[in-house]
Design a protein around this ligand. Structure first.
Ligand SMILES: [Ca+2]
Length: 171
């Protein structure tokens, strides 16, 4: 067995540390969100789109076009469909360089259901705070799912994500 196959097998069995399972599978996914900031597309065609959070670019300046951005609305959410079920070891989220507090209290959810747009799936983590322009990694310990949601429950706010990286292996 080649070393590559051995590494993949080890990841599948979750017998190695998460650092050995570092493929960002979100890059192959499809992203959507509850809304796009009104007027954003009139400024630049791609500003605020959900896909900006999985474009492989961690630029934290919203105006550079690599961050998602919903309207200021109640319970905004963002979702990536990984197209297949994965065992997810960790998720890294990159916050915008301004208004960092908007992500405070956001939840990361993983699962296979689209009930309530996937927002009822199991919770990997609640974000207490991510610094302005910083990236924080949340351990999900092999939670299984095709969908990864980030949502702000219970309040009216805009949801902005500059990058969401999902590390895992096919289930
Ligand atoms: Ca991005």
């Amino acid at each position: 067995m080649t070393s590559l196959l051995q590494a993949i097998f080890a990841c599948m069995m979750l017998v190695v540390s998460v650092s050995d399972c570092k493929e960002n599978v979100a890059l192959r996914g499809r992203a959507t969100q509850s809304s796009v900031l009104a007027g954003a597309a009139q400024v630049v065609g791609y500003l605020g789109l959900a896909i900006n959070a999985i474009d492989g670019n961690q630029d934290t300046n919203y105006y550079h076009g690599s961050c998602s951005h919903t309207d200021d609305e109640y319970g905004p959410w963002w979702r990536v469909d990984l197209l297949h079920q994965y065992y997810i070891s960790s998720i890294s989220i990159t916050n915008r360089n301004e208004f960092k507090e908007r992500l405070d209290g956001a939840e990361i959810r993983i699962g296979n259901s689209l009930s309530n747009n996937g927002n009822y799936n199991s919770r990997c983590a609640t974000i207490s705070s991510i610094g302005a322009g910083e990236t924080t990694t949340f351990e999900c310990n092999g939670m299984a799912g095709r969908y990864v949601n980030v949502l702000i429950p219970g309040k009216t706010a805009p949801l902005t994500l500059c990058e969401v990286q999902v590390f895992g292996v096919l289930a």
